[in-house]
Design a protein around this ligand. Sequence first.
Ligand SMILES: [Zn+2]
Length: 164
Amino acid sequence: MKKYKCEKCNSETVRVVREYSIVTESVKQVSYSCDNNTETEMEKRFTKKDSYCDWGVLNEDHTIAWLKKDMTGTKEEIPEIGLNSECIEIEKKGAVTRNIWSDIDKESEEYYVYCEGCGRDIEFGWSNPDGTGLIWPVEWDDFDFSSCYPEARYITKWKNREWV
Ligand SMILES: [Zn+2]
């Protein structure tokens, strides 16, 4: 006996998608020439964002069987300069006196659960209060709202039903 059967398409498979990005901030010490023509040394910041998408299917025991990792990957480099527009980066040789690079990684991730057959969004909860652990789809036979915690996007819906 399968735990899930879609009312619309009869699919018995649930797909899990994990989207996440890794942001890397780098700081470089650069020399600039500003309005009054004095040389000033300031920080130049760079942000690099790598986006990924992994997908798999949800096993009967509520764990994920990953099928494809890093389905899409994009990179963008956004230079940020915290200077007024009158400042010009000095290009001349020897202007950059020192380079200090510091990288900070911030990872954010979102999980989505879909019906494999018709692509419908399926509501789900987690076994842990911090949105980790096992995935409990609302439409599965063994779903019990009192034994799991809502995915952050569904908290309002669950509150309205007095599930939390
Ligand atoms: Zn379906």
